[in-house]
Structures are given as C-alpha cells and as structure tokens.
Ligand binder design. Structure first.
Ligand code: AMP
Length: 285
C-alpha cells in the first residue's frame, strides 16, 4: 500500500495510474476506521483497479470545537486495517496541505435546500465544510467512483447533488450501513460510549425498525411523536426523528404520496451524538 501525506506526491502517483487507464475508486473518511469504512473500501476494491482511502479530520465541518478535539484519531491502526483489506493508496494529509493559504476559493454551489433540515438544522455550517472538503479531494484524486455510506444519509444526498453534471462524470456509490450485533450503526464516535451505553444504544435501530412497522397503519406525525417518546429514556435524549422523502429530504405528511421514505434520527447518548436512518419505503438510487 502506498502512503501519501503530500498533495503533489499523491497527484503524481494517480496521474501515472490514470495514464495506464486504471479506474480509481475513492473512499473519503475521517479515520478511526471500523467495519463500516472497510465495507466502502472493499466495494471500491471490487469495482476499481485502484482504491484511494483518505483519512482527514476536516476541521471546517465541525461546528463544535469540543467535538473536533475529542474526535478519535488512530492513524497507526487505520493504516494496518487498510493494508489488511488490500487498499492501494492511503492519503493522510495535514490541514495545511488540504487548505494552503493560496488555495482558490471553491465555487459556491446551490444545495437546493438539502442542507437546511435534519443535520443542517442542528449543526450550522457543517455541510458547507463537508462540501468544501469533498470538492477539494475530488480535485486532487479525480476518481471514477466515489464511495459513501448510507449511515450519513443527508451527506450522501448532498454530495450526489454537488457532483451531478461533473465532466467527466463521477459515479457515486452508496453503501448500506454496517451495524454492531445489537443494531447500533458503526461509528467512530462509538468508542466514546461506555460499554453499557453502547449495548443499550441498540435502542436507536430498534426504534427505527418499529417506526417502519407502525408507519404501515399510522400517520407519520403520530409515529414520529411515538419514536421521540420511545427514545427519550436515560441516558438517551433524542434531538430529532423525522420521516423524509429520500430524494429531496422534504417532510413526509402522508407516506402514500412519496416513492422513497427514510426515517432519520439524531440521539444524544450522554455527551456523544449519534445519527442513524432506515429506508422505510422504496429503494435508494
Ligand atoms: P466518517 O469517517 O465518519 O466521515 O465516514 C466516512 C465514510 O464512511 C462516510 O461516507 C460514512 O457515511 C461512511 N460510514 C461511516 N460509518 C458507516 C457505517 N456504519 N456503515 C457504512 N458506512 C459508514
């Protein structure tokens, strides 16, 4: 596995790969890798000749400085994991490499309101930071395919919107959420949960599944209210639970009016904020 920390070395390496007509798959991450990330890497390996995985804790997408500071960082273990699954290129740039002082500002992109609700409403500036770093990395890596997790449903929808119309076209692949045995969505933040809370946090996925069943006979508003009550048990504190249209994130008032419906939630477990979602109607893509 090649390891690059500098932008120009990565660029030079990938130029050679491209000259040799090798397809490039790209998996952007913030590290503290787990099986969820590795599912993206494995899928990229299966579909491309070269897989690049970046590890970069992007400061511009953290609205809470304490969250940025506490974000887990395990670069040594991450590199071992990437090598163990056969990843071809690991890219671990510094903040200065990603955002040099002379970097031209990224073009402003109209996100068609996709950044307004859900995470956007609770984490001001978060998606502007995500879009900024993704644009920068796509300029550097110029991949043929980009791998994103369904775990961050709103994020993958926004990135799909951003890359629409790019020339040459970039295919975005959304990989299903990988879960712990109790149903908790794998997340780098899970290591910050005490063992007992991590076990109890299966509640989030159970609630999503039960809400999906309830939606067959009850109105979305009533099920959302039920889910919020159900999630409100110590040490958990729900921030939102919403059924949204899976194509535009608009609230769902009658599920019969939408082809794709996704239940999205954010829940505080003590001081750790967890997000999850479940496709409750239709298909993605
Ligand atoms: P992160 O390091 O949290 O920024 O995540 C990097 C990528 O991995 C994003 O596209 C996430 O959606 C994806 N990802 C994170 N957790 C999971 C998971 N449990 N299952 C599938 N993909 C995930």
């Amino acid at each position: 596995m090649y390891l690059f920390q500098g932008v120009s070395a990565l660029h030079a390496h990938l130029r050679t790969e491209r000259v040799n007509n090798r397809t490039v798959g790209f998996v952007p991450t913030m590290g503290a890798l787990h099986e969820g990330h590795l599912a993206l890497v494995r899928q990229s390996l299966a579909e491309n000749q070269v897989t690049v995985c970046s590890i970069f804790v992007n400061p511009t997408q953290f609205n809470d400085p304490a969250d940025l500071e506490k974000y887990p960082r395990t670069p040594g273990k991450d590199l071992e994991l990437l090598a163990s699954v056969g990843c071809n290129v690991a890219f671990l740039p510094s903040v200065d490499e990603v955002y040099p002082p002379n970097l031209a500002p990224m073009p402003d992109i109209d996100l068609a309101g996709l950044d307004q609700g859900l995470e956007g409403a609770h984490r001001p500036g978060h998606f502007a930071g995500v879009v900024q770093v993704v644009q920068r990395f796509l300029d550097l890596v110029e991949p043929h395919r980009l791998y994103l997790g369904q775990k961050d449903f709103q994020q993958q929808l926004i990135i799909r919107h951003v890359v629409r119309g790019l020339e040459p076209p970039l295919k975005v692949v959304t990989v299903p959420t990988v879960r712990e045995p109790n149903g908790l969505a794998m997340s780098s933040r899970n290591v910050r949960l005490p063992a007992e809370v991590r076990e109890q946090a299966g509640l989030i996925h159970q609630t999503l599944e039960q809400a999906k069943d309830k939606l067959e006979t009850e109105a979305p508003r009533a099920v959302e209210a039920w889910a919020l009550r159900h999630l409100d048990q110590a040490p958990f504190r729900p921030e939102y639970f919403c059924f949204v249209d899976g194509t535009n994130l608009q609230p769902v008032h009658q599920s019969g009016m939408h082809d794709t419906v996704v239940a999205c939630t954010a829940v505080w477990a003590g001081e750790v904020r967890l997000i999850d979602n479940l496709l409750v109607k239709g298909t993605l893509d």
